[in-house]
Design a protein around this ligand. Structure first.
Ligand code: NAD
Ligand code: TYD
Length: 351
């Protein structure tokens, strides 16, 4: 028997598809409605294993379309929202910042407005869960970690748009009493990630023996988390997190880009039966990203202490599983790298 209806936005994307699969399989008593505009980053192939399940509905639609979203909330009266839909790639935000303002800020507000419209006189038991990023905190120097109380200091149009949406979620909590929770996560990697972000882009290039364009000197540092561990954290925060709180989620796994790329090359050479160090020969240092944040690293002690969460896979294991997934899903990779991807790639890397 269905006990509640949950809207998950962006469920055809990378992280969203893992979250949707986890919820649909784990909670047959929830009706999961996945709303996704199917932009270049959305792919229904990511969801084929659950598409026929009775507690799952896919709806194609844009979170910025006020009339459409209003009708959708009237139809389903969502008890909760888990909001992942976003424009998510820093490089694209540099070339098209307005698209990021529209989806990430306005789109979030359209969802907030409709959630408020339906529930503002009876909030009890409802929740708006907003998925955000550690990039809202800006850049760290060589030391220190982002905590939940670190001031917001975003540097890219992407992180500025996510920071803004976080503020609106908080504002709806403070002003209208909306029950909400926010999590800010570090860089994810794993199966189904669109090959514009570092790890899948480089996996695809290594397969095809193409150059590996490392920005600047490669000494930028990120904290990497396996996507299924993020999905588990989202489940835990949704079920047990406290209202009006923020939870930082991270891999406790910092890598300088250049070291990560070398590890990736070595693992792939072994799997592909290539000579040792062959793929490292593809590394090419290219022009830096403007406003490139030096370092991100998360202090995940709050979610660990309060909710008992910790990453379950090591980076070596996670990376190996990720490479295997891409090697075994050539059709998926070929499909997403045809057409518009080629145009994007040429514009971004062949300047
Ligand atoms: P993604 O780009 O892979 O997927 C985004 C999804 O949102 C796509 O399916 C796309 O079709 C959909 N979408 C985009 N615009 C839309 C619109 N206007 N209306 C409806 N749907 C729309 O992104 P991701 O990497 O899975 O990230 C998901 C969320 O997690 C984002 O909010 C992102 O900011 C956050 N996040 C990502 C990371 C990461 O490393 N990828 C880390 C921390 C937080
Ligand atoms: P990315 O995966 O785009 O995530 P984010 O910018 O959100 O952290 O990039 C991760 C790091 O890799 C970042 O420091 C930029 C760098 N990078 C490259 O050096 N070359 C590339 O082609 C890409 C996409 C990223």
């Amino acid at each position: 028997m269905i006990i509640k209806t949950i809207l998950i936005t962006g469920g055809a994307g990378f992280i969203g598809s893992h979250v949707v699969k986890l919820f649909v399989n784990k909670y047959p008593e929830y009706h999961i409605v996945n709303l996704d505009a199917l932009t270049y980053a959305g792919n229904l192939e990511n969801l084929s294993e659950i598409e026929s399940l009775v507690n799952y509905t896919f709806v194609k639609g844009d979170i910025t379309d006020e009339t459409f979203i209003s009708n959708l909330f009237d139809k389903f009266k969502f008890d909760d929202v888990i909001h992942l839909a976003a424009e998510s790639h820093v490089d694209r935000s540099i070339s098209d910042p307005l698209a990021f303002a529209k989806t990430n800020i306005l789109g979030t507000m359209v969802l907030l407005q409709n959630f408020k419209r339906i529930w503002s006189d009876k909030w009890q038991g409802k929740r708006f869960y907003h998925i955000s990023t550690d990039e809202v905190y800006g850049s760290l120097g060589e030391t220190g970690l982002f905590t939940e109380t670190t001031s917001y200091d975003p540097n890219s149009p992407y992180s500025a748009s996510k920071a803004s949406s976080d503020h609106f979620v908080r504002a709806y909590g403070e002003t209208y009493g909306m029950p909400y929770v926010i999590s800010n996560c570090s860089n994810n990697y794993g199966p189904n990630q669109f090959p514009e972000k570092l790890i899948p882009l480089f996996i695809n290039n290594i397969i095809n023996k193409k150059n590996l364009p490392v920005y600047g000197d490669g000494n930028y540092t990120r904290d990497w988390l396996y996507v299924l561990d993020h999905a588990k954290a989202i489940d835990l925060i949704f079920q047990k997190g406290k209202n009006s709180e923020t939870y930082n989620v991270g891999g406790i796994n910092e890598w300088k880009n250049i070291d990560l790329v070398k590890l990736l090359c070595d693992q792939m050479d072994e799997k592909l039966g290539r000579n040792k160090l062959e793929s490292q020969g593809l590394i090419t240092f290219v022009k830096d990203r403007p406003g490139h944040d030096l370092r991100y690293a998360i202090d995940a002690s709050k979610i660990n202490k309060e909710l008992g969460w910790e990453p379950s896979v090591t980076f070596n294991e996670g990376l190996s599983k990720t490479i295997d997934w891409y090697l075994n899903n050539e059709k998926w990779l070929n499909q997403v790298t045809s057409g518009a991807y080629k145009e994007y790639y040429n514009k971004q890397y062949k300047k």
